[in-house]
Design a protein around this ligand. Structure first.
Ligand code: SLL
Length: 257
């Protein structure tokens, strides 16, 4: 029996797409607090899901549901299109459940993520951040993976855009799809690529540049550890030598007795 339209899958293929999710919170200046805000609300925050470098991801992400803490009215917030975000004010930190609904062509179940909303500075420069009332950003880079995608979804992911659509028909066979994917299918179509950007930019610390810097840092750290090991070896050899000397002296003394 043939598979129903739109559900035929390309076995063995995996498509991944990067995205970023997290929150940004700002302390509310008590002197500028809007009068309608509840007295106990200390922060304004936004929880979001977006593309790396704000690239559009709505070609695969249809809808996002943010489940807030039960102290919020209508805790389940459904966002039907970009920007996929919820802005609120409040007083406390909590875990936000984030449900990603993929476009129907994918025939996939929603993916669930959790994000710990951060209102208070943390980490190395927490004190400084607090004093300067800087925004508190907590975000994660993530990659979603679609295994055995449906043919329809594959087409959308790898260039269902207007230009590509026009050239379609020339190689819609399974083999050519896999070949296209192996070439990095989907590149050159705005956001339809899984490459991370070359340079970082304000609000997006994830780039090939930061990755290279991190690798440099790791190499430097390995060098330092190697040096420490070497130093320890020299110290150990020196101690062993001293011990041998001491034994010799002791031997002499024993003989003398
Ligand atoms: C805590 N476990 O106690 C957490 C719960 C809930 C935060 C934090 C509600 C705002 C409102 C709000 O800020 N809830 O009144 O609508 O820290």
């Amino acid at each position: 029996m043939p598979a129903p339209a739109g559900t035929k899958r390309i076995k063995g293929l995996q498509i991944t797409r990067p995205f970023v999710f997290g929150s940004i919170a700002r302390p509310i200046d008590p002197n500028k607090k809007p009068p309608n805000l509840p007295a106990e609300h200390t922060h304004q925050w936004t929880v979001f899901v977006k593309g790396v470098d704000d690239v559009d991801i709505s070609y695969w992400l249809k809808k996002v549901q943010f489940k807030l803490h039960e102290t919020y009215a209508n805790a389940l917030r459904t966002i039907d299109g970009p920007p996929f975000e919820v802005t609120e004010t409040g007083w406390g930190e909590f875990e936000v459940q984030i449900k990603l609904h993929i476009i129907s062509e994918a025939n996939e179940k929603p993916a669930i993520l959790w994000h710990a909303l951060k209102l208070h500075p943390y980490g190395e420069n927490a004190e400084q951040q607090r004093e300067r009332r800087e925004p508190i950003i907590s975000q994660n880079y993530e990659e979603i993976m679609f295994a055995d995608p449906t043919e329809q979804f594959y087409d959308i992911m790898t260039g269902g855009g207007p230009q590509q659509q026009a050239s379609k028909g020339k190689g819609t066979g399974k083999g050519s799809k896999q070949a296209a994917y192996a070439r990095g299918g989907g590149g050159g179509d705005g956001g339809r690529t899984s490459e991370i950007p070359v340079k970082e930019s304000p609000g997006n610390p994830y780039s090939q540049d930061t990755e290279a810097k991190e690798l440099d840092r790791l190499k430097e750290a390995i060098k330092q550890v190697d040096q420490m090991v070497l130093k320890e070896r020299v110290t150990l050899a020196e101690r062993e030598r001293v011990l041998e000397e001491a034994k010799k002296v002791e031997g002499l003394q024993v003989k003398k007795k």
